[in-house]
Ligand binder design. Sequence first.
Ligand SMILES: Cc1cc2nc3c(=O)[nH]c(=O)nc-3n(C[C@H](O)[C@H](O)[C@H](O)COP(=O)(O)O)c2cc1C
Length: 410
Amino acid sequence: MMSDLSEQHILLGISGGIAAYKTPILVRRLVEAGARVQVVMTANAHKFVTATSLQAVSGFPVRDNLWDPAAEASMGHIELARWADQILIAPASASVIARLANGDASDLLSTLCLASPAPISIAPAMNQQMFQHPAVQRNLATLRGDGCRIIGPDSGDQACGDQGPGRMTEPEDLVMALTQQQLATDATSNTPLHGRKVMVTTGPTREAIDPVRYISNHSSGLQGLAIAEAARRAGANVIVIAGPGVPEAHGDIQRVDITTAQQMHDEVHAHLANTDVFIGVAAVADYRPANAAAQKIKRHKQDEMQFTLVQNPDIIGSVAQTGRAKVVVGFAAETNDTLQNARDKRTRKGLDAIVVNDVSDHSIGFNNSDNAVTLIHQQGEVEFARQPKTAIAEKLVAQITDLFAASLVH
Ligand SMILES: Cc1cc2nc3c(=O)[nH]c(=O)nc-3n(C[C@H](O)[C@H](O)[C@H](O)COP(=O)(O)O)c2cc1C
């Protein structure tokens, strides 16, 4: 058993699910991993596990009532919220998930979650039908968007006799998940991007011609995804605004899916508050059909067909113009006069840096796992020879981290 939870103050929230019977073991495992654990139970959790057991294994009195004058006098709920380095809710019932997703503070546990700056991990546990209900999935997506980490659930035999997703992640695996998260946090806690918000756009956009046809491009979104993952590994809180067809990101990354350039523009600005670094990797359509046909366009007698295109909003230019992000990085895919075009684009759009690749070379760039790029910024240019997009991403994020660190001292 790893012991990297030493010195960690863990507030364990237990709600009214059958898996609560496993929580005395969970507390034992957390304590063995070096953590100090204080337990907060919902009123319904008492139906499944006794406070006496939890008090015995944690070594702390169990808290379950916002209105308990004696408990409040010894450690007020705000003090308890501040005491926590992290909050784990296991098992998390559908009901507590709904309360948290709605910012409800109607009991001690939900109040603590709102009052604490500590990261929150949630281990859902419920009947598979409940878990797959759109309302529960919607609430979990909201919590993910709020920065909560959802651990599990496992799939398999359930206490009610059903089979499927909804089993609470086993205590040992929960401890492992918290430990790995802690190791990752420790490794990046001194890096400039730690805890900073990085927004990455990636993938193509689609501009409708009619209900079945669209204008798009060959972007796979892989380079942007690799950059998002590298920024996350560097400790940043990452949000990805992804075009159609972009694969799932690995790791704890918030994601918003869009189809059109206008939608990407709107989502970028809706989520721009507190963004420290903006990296626009998406291959955004510069133009869209002026009027998408409401019905499928039929073949006509004449050989030619014309339609008018209108300009889409300039997403990265508009982000740079707001001055809200400390560092704004753009991408340029060029087929000719590569470097000069990119240098011009950087200054024209007021970007801190631009990354350019030559998409006339089909062995790199679009829809390929390799890339070769040049990063251009005010102080110079750095060339990265052909290599996997993941390796390029690591190096670009290191460079962007330096630009961000420099922006803090200016
Ligand atoms: C025997 C029994 C088992 C239950 N198991 C679960 C469960 O595993 N997950 C869940 O979300 N709700 C479960 N419920 C329903 C919750 O206990 C109920 O929604 C309750 O209001 C949750 O309250 P709390 O979230 O404040 O603890 C169960 C109810 C009963 C009677």
